[in-house]
Design a binder for this molecule. Structure first.
Ligand SMILES: Nc1ncnc2c1ncn2[C@@H]1O[C@H](COP(=O)(O)OP(=O)(O)OP(=O)(O)O)[C@@H](O)[C@H]1O
Ligand SMILES: [Mg+2]
Length: 507
């Protein structure tokens, strides 16, 4: 190869890509050196995933060129990218659920007619050990947590000898602890001379382990700088194009009547193990009850039992004075409960339906969208346009199918639908995951607006600062129980951190 030593490992020059109604990348140039970690930032819909999909061969650019190790390359498919040592972990993982870890890792590779699984397993385990990516090679993907699935995705790239790793919002679905572990993995890769492009909405991560930052705005490069020469505040401004205020206006806390009561509720998780253990709580109108805790301590199951998606093994749920312990999900919706679920790619939105239909999903049975059994399409469109505007959903129009939206804009569609449909109680599980800074700020304000209108909000988050800012009371969950409930005004991050680890508390 005729690569000169000074040449960057990867160079994209003047790359443009349009989709119907959007210019996703507008003459973007980017370079990545060996052993370098480049952060790629930008608002939801700015064109980050598109640009990286071009680099890994999933999309073909309309114009522009790509150089790898100094020579011009045509990357026509993932196989070309792999040959060049480029690999990507996508925003929504692409593993096959029913297959094992090992089968996924070698999927599509030429491993001979009968692959030598024993040898492959040994190699995978050696890689896992070397990079501290713990996995069970013989488990099936559906048995794994998202954090584990991500480790499989990374191992898959390393097994294919990727030198340039593209990670598209890897930390959006991780717990803070897992994110920290991932940062160590990236550092480790870097120390071996491998390079990475890291997409994130979290400024701390950029500052912590990225060498350079590139900011995209509306498909074009808005800034490029060394991390050492910038600050989180500067980056936020560059992304959004205005000063970002990190404050939140709230009316004083004035709780109303009890909306939701849980009386010694117990429930099992998907594997049949106890997830909630005699769990009791009371939530008032006009209150945001925050739930802190490391993911996997019953938060998901809590949200599911109070929306009718999971059966109780014992205990009672009283909603607005009515016993809902055995009620169906539809009964909860009719009772005015809205739910922003944890897993938004599989249960939150229907990709093949339009943005408008997705937005109307919870309201189409009622006036004003329908009269009797008749759906009124013009009213559906009008409502959709209103929500698209107020939630700033980036879409060519209400008729666009949801699967063509960027990751964050799919999230916003679900948020708009649920918040728009909330009448009594909003159950919001990690609502700001995958959202950019501006949208996160907007969602927090929406939660507060629900509360100021007298509704109850149950808000699960792993971000302690966010909980202290948004919630009125904070409950800390540990192993299916509440460790303590603290007024947010009196909450201290250190104390919450200890409670989350199961230390201290009322029981
Ligand atoms: N396959 C596609 N068909 C049509 N439009 C698309 C397609 N992929 C992306 N787009 C559009 O291109 C624009 C950029 O999307 P992209 O997914 O690159 O954004 P992003 O920066 O990754 O955002 P996010 O932070 O929300 O993930 C968006 O307007 C999106 O709707
Ligand atoms: Mg994206």
């Amino acid at each position: 190869m005729a690569a000169s030593l000074s040449a960057p490992l990867v160079e994209m020059r003047g790359v443009s890509k349009s989709f119907p109604g959007v210019r996703a990348n507008d003459c973007v140039s980017l370079s990545l050196g060996p052993g370098e970690v480049l952060a790629l930032l930008g608002e939801n819909g700015a064109g980050k995933s598109t640009l990286m999909n071009i680099l890994c061969g999933l999309y073909r650019p309309d114009s522009g060129e790509i150089l790898v190790r100094g020579s011009k390359e045509r990357i026509e498919g993932p196989a070309d990218a792999q040959r060049l040592g480029i690999g990507m972990v996508h925003q929504n993982f692409k593993l096959v659920d029913s297959m094992t870890v090992l089968e996924n890792i070698i999927l599509g590779m030429k491993e001979g007619f009968v692959p030598n699984m024993a040898r492959i397993e040994k190699e995978v385990l050696a890689l896992a050990e070397k990079y501290n990516l713990k996995v069970e090679p013989r488990e099936s993907i559906w048995q794994l947590s998202v954090g584990e699935q991500q480790r499989v995705e990374i191992l898959k790239l390393l097994y294919r000898k990727a030198e340039i790793l593209i990670l598209d919002e890897p930390t959006a679905v991780l717990t803070p602890q897992e994110s920290y572990e991932l940062s160590k993995v990236v550092r480790n890769l870097k120390s071996e001379g491998k390079s990475a492009i890291f997409i994130t909405h979290k400024m701390e991560e950029v500052m912590l382990f990225c060498d350079r930052v590139m900011v995209l705005r509306k498909g074009a490069v808005a800034a490029e700088t060394r991390t050492a020469d910038t600050s989180p505040r500067d980056l936020a401004r560059l992304m959004v194009g205005r000063e970002v205020l990190f404050e939140l206006d709230k009316k004083p806390f004035a709780p109303g009547a009890t909306i939701l009561r849980l009386d010694k509720v117990s429930a099992l998780d998907d594997r049949g193990l106890p997830a909630l253990k005699e769990f009791s709580l009371e939530l008032h109108g006009g209150e945001i009850l925050g739930f802190a805790g490391v993911a996997g301590n019953g938060q998901r199951e809590l949200a599911e039992v109070i929306t009718g998606l999971r059966d109780l093994s014992s205990g009672r749920i009283i909603l607005g004075g009515k016993d809902m312990s055995r009620a169906s999900p539809l009964a909860f919706i009719k009772a005015g409960v809205a739910h922003i679920p944890q897993d938004r790619t599989s249960v939150g939105a229907v990709g093949d339906m339009s943005v408008a239909s997705n937005l109307a999903m919870k309201k189409y049975r009622k006036r004003p969208l329908s009269a009797g059994i008749l759906l009124l399409p013009r009213r559906v469109t009008a409502m959709a346009k209103r929500l698209i505007e107020s939630f700033r959903i980036m879409t060519p129009g209400p008729e666009t199918r949801v699967k063509f939206l960027s990751g964050g804009n799919i999230q916003k569609t679900i948020l708009a639908r649920e918040i728009g449909a909330c009448q009594k109680l909003l159950v919001a599980v990690y609502p700001s995951r995958g959202l950019d800074i501006g949208a996160t700020e907007f969602v927090r304000r929406q939660l507060v607006a629900q509360r100021d209108d007298g509704r109850g909000v149950l808000f699960v988050s792993e971000d302690i600062d966010e909980l202290i800012q948004v919630a009125d009371r904070i409950a800390v969950m540990f192993e299916g129980r509440i460790m303590a409930i603290i007024p947010a005004r009196e909450a201290e991050p250190e104390k919450l951190g200890l409670l989350m680890a199961g230390v201290g508390g009322d029981r």
